[in-house]
Ligand binder design. Structure first.
Ligand code: FES
Length: 139
């Protein structure tokens, strides 16, 4: 069996967030886009209660009426992008009611970014957001 030296594995892990491989499609997923303070991410009306929506490199959720949260739409296991996908089990990817799914290895996250199912063990990276008028904005 081929074994990589520990140093090689660590260097590879540090590079992974720049371009990760989507094991479903074999395509590299692009690095997530960043948000700027004040940037409009979505209209509040477009984020369903008890669900969420992926907007560029950010996933915006509304776990309770009027409570909005956002996270970098990048799985903390191996860096696959959480994408908008069909509702269903973990293998479908995207946002389903009550959870965020990773299409690569089946991790699931709650609307608060916490890990519900591995292999990911680290919560999603939060993005600060606030409601401004009828919009959810970064900052
Ligand atoms: Fe492996 Fe998401 S990258 S579960």
């Amino acid at each position: 069996m081929f074994a990589l030296p520990r140093r090689t594995v660590l260097i590879g892990a540090a590079v992974a967030p720049i371009a990760a491989c989507n094991t479903n499609t074999g395509e590299l997923t692009a690095a997530p886009t960043t948000t700027a303070p004040g940037q409009v991410l979505a209209a509040t009306a477009d984020i369903p209660v008890g669900s969420g929506k992926v907007v560029g490199g950010t996933v915006v959720t509304q776990p309770k009426p009027g409570v909005f949260e956002a996270f970098v739409a990048r799985c903390t296991h191996a860096g696959c992008k959480l994408t908008v996908g069909a509702a269903g089990p973990a293998t479908s990817g995207g946002v389903t009611d009550g959870m965020l799914n990773c299409p690569c290895h089946g991790s699931q996250f709650g609307l608060d970014g916490e890990v519900l199912r591995g292999p990911a063990v680290t919560p999603l990276t939060p993005v600060a957001v606030k409601v401004q008028g009828a919009d959810v904005v970064a900052g």
